[in-house]
Design a protein. Sequence first.
Length: 353
Amino acid sequence: MSVETLTIRQPDDWHLHLRDEEALRAVLPDTVRQFRRAIIMPNLKPPVTTTEQAVSYHQRIASVLADTCPNQPFEALMTLYLTDNTEPYEIIKAVDSGLIYALKLYPAGATTNSDAGVTNLKLCYPTLEKMQELGLPLLIHGEVTDPNVDIFDRETVFIDRVLIPLRKDFPELKIVFEHITTKQAVDYVMATDEYVAATITAHHLLYDRNAIFKGGIRPHYYCLPVLKRSVHREALLQAATSDSPKFFLGTDSAPHASVLKENATGCAGCYTGLHAMELYATAFEQAGKLDKLEAFASVNGPKFYGLALNEGTLTLKKTPFHIPESLEYVHGSQLIPLAAGETLAWSVQYENE
């Protein structure tokens, strides 16, 4: 029996890039229309490494929100960018601020704006100990940057080289293994205890690595961690649609001007902020598991973070959603949404429609 309308508890996005200044103004309304809360990534230039910087960034987000979406309730959950030099006292300040919900671990050079990331995790051990003590989660971009490791194997090698030893040393540190892309990551998370969870993007649920090369190089499907083989996509879809509370929604929506994507050294990142829930609904329907979408999008994340569930609802209707070919971005540039020009079967129903 087909489902024509699906109403779920208001969802949250547990991994989001909003950028800053004009870019922030351009993309924030897309997220606010669909999500009640979002974990905001700290990889700005320069990165958000201190509580004071996070508070200032939060104020800028609030100002843009008041300007562009004055009647939309939205909570930006801030994070700090972990570096070799992050001190334990910064963790105390972060918790006391009431605005910072996690620290982000980027291995140095792993992805966009990660040059200031961690070079040696042992240098961070006093800080990680304080995070474990105070219950502040560590969000991990789980890839090694060893040039001798194939790009398609970097997540799996990270589990063995970094994640397993880290958990032995900090067994009660709350960890979110972000935007997982492999069956090995699914199996690892499933085998762990309540201190480990994972986010999954819509693009890793919908596409395998063939999407990057279909009819030529398609840079708007290029992200890090990169899309993998279909066997990994299928494992992710099975995890997301399972009854496990350890997997939840994190779009990793990452806006880049098209001139930076369509480039000899194009940057990584897929923009899904515009149509995230339509994409997730498409993936869950393909799996025959639309009834599992609410837990993945609206329940598992808040429970892991120890936050209340949202009170409002979001409704998806079985009506076509045509993804625009491009969106206006900054300084006259264009932003190309994932799967631009295609039509999805589901549309979010907004109150004024």
